[in-house]
Design a protein around this ligand. Sequence first.
Ligand SMILES: Cc1cc2nc3c(=O)[nH]c(=O)nc-3n(C[C@H](O)[C@H](O)[C@H](O)COP(=O)(O)OP(=O)(O)OC[C@H]3O[C@@H](n4cnc5c(N)ncnc54)[C@H](O)[C@@H]3O)c2cc1C
Length: 304
Amino acid sequence: MSTAFEIDADSIVEPGFYAATVQSVSRLSPNLVRVVFGGSSLRYYAGLDAPDECVTIHFPSSVEATLPPMTLVGGTWGYHDVATRPECRNYTVRTRDDSTVTVDFVLHETGVASSWARSVQPGHSVVLSRPRSWYCCPENTDWQVLVADQTGLPAVARALETRRPGLRTHVILEVLDGADVQELAVDSDVTVEWRIGTGNGLTPSVLPDAVASFDRPDGVGYLWFAGEARSSRLVRSHVRKQWGFTTRQCSVIGYWREKAEEWLASYRRYEAMALAGYRRALREGKTEAQAQEEFEALLERVGL
Ligand SMILES: Cc1cc2nc3c(=O)[nH]c(=O)nc-3n(C[C@H](O)[C@H](O)[C@H](O)COP(=O)(O)OP(=O)(O)OC[C@H]3O[C@@H](n4cnc5c(N)ncnc54)[C@H](O)[C@@H]3O)c2cc1C
């Protein structure tokens, strides 16, 4: 049975989905646009405390358009009709309050989300869903290193604002332009290293090398990484093999993928096998991080 449900940009949509109307758009820097979302539905948004809280944003087919109706299939609301299913992408919640959610979009050459952010205006609407997070710095950590390209800048900024007092923190951020450098919440326990003009789809990222040459302090450490997927694999491999970090001591997330279209075409051939391996690992009692490592290892073996 399938029931249509009209999305009213200013009302509550189905559980887990939040209609969001653009309240303001501002250009933060050459490659970043800040969008503040509002609307009565966001009063019910159940966010997460983690600094890398992210939401899936469902985009209409053009900025002015509204999203197609959601349907209820097998007891679950969603965009089940593949013919009209909207494109969706993951974005970090930079800040939020009782009725707004703020997101910083990187502007890159092509892409549904980037193009939307380039031309969006107040009054346009999207739907948010699935708040999730990965940052999980264990209580007994003495120091952490936060590493990201421009896509991870919102999460790093939030991590510094919510940092446990006394937690020594080193930050490595790679941005395209000197003007993309932001003022961050730092004190004497925080050091920040900006890498300017590399990575971010322009050149190979310097982040894997920066992690490899990071002079680790004594004590128990934690690493959080967000950036291009291939760089994330190099970083994960380094901290697991060279630093001897356990999966609990690192959260390494590929936020986007260079030449995503080409990669996806090849991935389709191995998707079923890779996902089956991931689910098997979870059934065997492995953690999500361990299952993810096995998934990545399989893709690496087939050249992806
Ligand atoms: C948990 C999580 C949180 C994220 N938070 C943020 C955030 O706060 N801000 C943010 O801007 N992004 C964030 N991202 C990354 C964002 O989801 C991706 O960059 C996404 O692919 C952009 O979608 P698109 O439709 O613009 O481009 P796509 O349609 O996905 O890709 C189109 C083309 O652009 C390229 N491309 C995609 N992203 C980039 C990029 N960043 N730089 C250069 N080339 C790119 C692809 O290789 C592809 O060739 C996050 C990702 C995750 C997983």
